[in-house]
Design a protein. Sequence first.
Length: 214
Amino acid sequence: MPTVVSAKFEDLVAVGLRVLIGEDPNLELIATDVPMENVEAAIEEHDPAVVLLNFGTLHTPTQVFQLHQAHPETRIVVLANRPTAAECNQMLSFGATACLSKETEARDIINAIHLASRGMHVLPRSAAAGEGAATLGIDGAELLTPREAEVLELLQEGMTNAQIAHRLSIGVETVRTHARNIYRKLGIASRRELARLARQEPVVVDDDRRPVTS
């Protein structure tokens, strides 16, 4: 039976998640409402199959990368407020197994947790390959390398290529190569898009599915 640890969410979302997981006889919620700063300790204590993270409480997206590196056997499911395709690609590139909107239908939340526990990568409909597409299980997502993750964090801080090269003691052309790889893996094209991801600006998209809190 897959075990689940849930980070802290908004009250209504947290209640909805507890009810959804509690009603599934094939899932066990072993810790809930865990503050983001305590999530790693909870993973070390409980060794869950899946951890649910709140995109809005991440201090930096690299926290997902750090958790994945430290606990590769625990699958990470990120729930966000109507995430864009670029935001979901970023989470998967950092090592998350699934990225879903908090407004995803209840059955799809549960399905995503089960798929994640088996290592399947899951995207929301709005970030999948076309309008109206079903939630997808995607194999072979390209993960950022540790060096690319370092470069990405510095890019999102607004550093120039020269500043990044100096900070990491690498060549400017190497920074450019890492940046091109990062953009490709995250499905974005410019520093402007990276800056928006760093600010976590909300993007309104069409999504008529029932929220987990309903």
